[in-house]
Design a protein around this ligand. Structure first.
Ligand SMILES: CC(C)(COP(=O)(O)OP(=O)(O)OC[C@H]1O[C@@H](n2cnc3c(N)ncnc32)[C@H](O)[C@@H]1OP(=O)(O)O)[C@@H](O)C(=O)NCCC(=O)NCCS
Length: 362
């Protein structure tokens, strides 16, 4: 057991006087949600057990359990550790938490870099970092500290009451750069895109009700490819998909009132060819006002300029003249008809009239 330092932090073994800090810091819904193995309620006895036994066992099993403090003031900030060490494979897993009052100051990012540096210097070759899909803050920490997203471990995380959750796997190798990992889909500058009439902002967990109502409209549902029972889950994991570089899923708002007008998504699953696909839908009361055209223009310009997309395609049903007109007005041209390319909810299929806008034409 030893202390390590770096980036303005001192990481040291837990001490008996840390009980009050642990009890205060653990009284937090985010910790209960994303560290579900923590005792709930977290009492002074829980803290004493951790200091005297739990953290000591982590060291004895070849890992580490640190209290994270400010190196000049001694202020206590959180906890971090190294676990699941497989010495034959020179691998381990980094974990961390920050007290609620010390968040958004870069503490977790710096802690992760310090622990990684120490673990690599100690001979490890690969470090993993696992987070819940619904925990974008932790996924941002991973990317900022040089851990690349590798995939999803299905139902790998144990929850209370015998439930399970998917875990997103990030990993860093000893010779990888310290980060940040370059993102395929950057954040919108200032958090949104707007032309003064419509505003696009990332879809989020609070949008479940509006998103479901929109996608259950028959004419919108007809275009929806995917599992309708998972609409709320899509909202809860939208930021994770964005950070993964897979999909920028946005809400279209009336810029004046902030009302939920519809949704628009940029699906970037073919990044290797530089091709992305658009999908969108509006609530009936916002149709016929140019909102869709404005939203398509905004996200297309962002896709070409900020993401570096080369080709942007959008599929339409042959009879969907309104959507085809939107695309033409937003600078797209009709490119091809793909026979029987689109699955319908009743199990049949229909042709896809595909429109395209490409970078050379911008
Ligand atoms: C996740 C957690 C450790 C982040 O700690 P932190 O010190 O606030 O993180 P940082 O200040 O280093 O922020 C890192 C990034 O996350 C972003 N971030 C932090 N909190 C966020 C939030 N609530 N929502 C979205 N992004 C957030 C920061 O803006 C920053 O992003 P950037 O690199 O794109 O600028 C902290 O929220 C926490 O303890 N949560 C509960 C326990 C937990 O989830 N532990 C991890 C389990 S895997």
């Amino acid at each position: 057991m030893k202390a390590i330092e770096g980036e303005g932090l001192r990481l040291r073994p837990w001490e008996p006087s840390d009980v009050d800090f642990l009890v205060a810091a653990m009284d937090d819904p985010e910790i209960r949600r994303f560290l579900p193995h923590m005792p709930d309620p977290y009492t002074e006895d829980s803290a004493r057990w951790w200091i005297e036994e739990g953290s000591v066992a982590a060291w004895e099993s070849g890992g580490a359990a640190f209290a994270v403090t400010n190196d000049s003031t001694g202020e206590m900030l959180g906890g971090a550790g190294l676990g699941s060490v497989l010495s034959r494979r020179l691998q381990g897993e980094v974990g961390y938490w920050v007290a609620p009052w010390a968040r958004r100051r870069g503490v977790a990012t710096r802690v992760t870099r310090v622990v990684a540096r120490w673990a690599f210097e100690g001979g490890l070759h690969r470090l993993e970092l696992l987070t819940a899909r619904e925990n974008p803050a932790s996924q941002r920490v991973a990317l900022a500290a040089g851990f690349a997203r590798e995939g999803v471990r299905r139902m790998a995380g144990a929850l209370p009451d015998g439930l399970w959750q998917d875990l997103v796997v990030f990993a860093r190798l000893s010779d990888d750069p310290e980060g940040p990992v370059k993102r395929v889909l950057p954040d919108f500058p200032g958090g949104c895109l707007t032309d003064g009439v419509v505003r696009l902002r990332p879809l989020g967990p609070a949008d479940g009700k509006d998103f479901r109502e929109l996608n259950e409209l028959p004419e919108v549902a007809r275009n929806f490819i995917g599992d309708m029972s998972k609409l709320e889950q899509r909202c809860a994991t939208a930021e994770s998909a964005w950070l993964a570089g897979e999909m920028a899923n946005c809400i279209i708002e009336d810029a004046e009132t902030g009302a939920f007008a519809g949704d628009i998504s940029l699906n970037y699953r073919e990044a290797f060819t530089g091709q992305a696909m658009l999908g969108y839908g509006l609530r009936p009361e916002f149709r016929g006002r140019g909102f869709a055209t404005r939203a398509v223009k905004l996200i297309s310009d962002w896709a070409f300029e900020a993401v570096g997309v080369s080709r942007l395609v959008a599929g339409t049903f042959p009879e969907n003249k309104a959507s085809q007109r939107v695309l033409e007005r937003a600078g797209f041209e009709r490119e091809a008809v793909f026979k029987s390319a689109l699955p319908l909810r009743d199990g049949t299929r229909t042709d896809n009239v595909q429109f395209v806008r490409h970078r050379a034409a911008v």
